[in-house]
Design a protein around this ligand. Structure first.
Ligand code: ZN
Ligand code: ZN
Length: 268
């Protein structure tokens, strides 16, 4: 059976309150055997507890917890304590993230973003958890900080919704990262991104939806959902001159290697 893994989605949010179980069922029907649901938002709002709870309710869903660079200014001791407790207590939490730098929106001051990024990299490393990195218009600082904080760290993590340069992708791979492509890979104007994706080694790649955002072609304009990761896989398959099932298998294998999870193909 053809298999895909959505390495980054946000299906715990209110966008899916009306039909979350159907969304998960459609993913399953499309061959999506695993979804990494990334908790995000104000760390004091209960958003992370919600993400972990969803993962505990569904065998296909895992959770990541970490404060997004947008919310770095909301970090405090209580937030830190809450995240540590979730990461320690639930075996469904397999990653720390999404963390990183976003110089496009600058919702938090850049010095605060950098400080909270470093702090969370250390917390993840103490727990041997791979990190999920969000980096937007911050290539240089992201790579510099990762290089300083993650020396000799085996299962480093994944650069999610990759939109940087080929050079940045190669630097990240050298640091032990995987590169995950989202639906924007399929966008008409994304020639540079497709060029980079074509030149990267298959054993360094993953796919994701980042849903509800970044709905791939030909579904642009609609709400995104994990089943649509197949469209990004299709695009990547064309770029690498491979069959869809081969891309699905290769990117799934990469995910399992990083996050050390078992195969989810058989029902419980
Ligand atoms: Zn992100
Ligand atoms: Zn995200």
């Amino acid at each position: 059976m053809i298999q895909f893994i959505d390495s980054h989605c946000h299906i715990d949010g209110p966008e899916y309150d009306a039909d979350r179980e159907e969304v998960i069922a459609r993913a399953r029907a499309a061959g999506v055997t695993v979804m990494l649901n990334v908790g995000t938002g104000d760390p004091h709002s209960g958003a992370f507890e919600r993400a972990v709870h969803l993962a505990e309710q569904h065998k296909e869903v895992y959770a990541a917890v970490g404060v997004h660079p947008h919310d770095a200014k909301l970090w405090d001791a209580a937030a830190e304590g809450r995240l540590i407790a979730l990461a320690n207590q639930s075996s469904r939490v397999i990653a720390w993230g999404e963390i990183g730098l976003d110089y496009h929106y600058d919702h938090s001051p850049r010095d605060v973003q950098r400080e909270i990024f470093r702090r969370q990299l250390r917390l993840a490393r103490e727990r041997n958890l791979p990190v999920v990195i969000h980096s937007r218009e911050a290539d240089y600082d992201t790579i510099a900080i990762l290089g300083e904080e993650l020396t000799a760290y085996e299962r480093a993590g994944v650069m999610h919704c990759f939109g940087g340069s080929l050079q940045m992708a190669r630097q990240a791979i050298d640091l032990g990262f995987f590169i995950s492509f989202a639906g924007n890979l399929t966008f008409k104007k994304a020639n540079d991104l497709r060029d980079a994706a074509r030149q990267l080694p298959l054993n360094g790649l993953m796919i994701e939806t980042d849903c509800p955002y970044l709905t791939p072609v030909p579904y642009r304009g609609k709400r995104n959902e994990p089943a649509r990761v197949v469209e990004t896989a299709r695009c990547l398959a064309e770029l690498h001159g491979m069959d869809l099932d081969e891309i699905g298998a290769a990117t799934s294998e990469n995910f399992k290697k990083l996050f050390l999870i078992e195969n989810q193909e058989s029902p419980p």
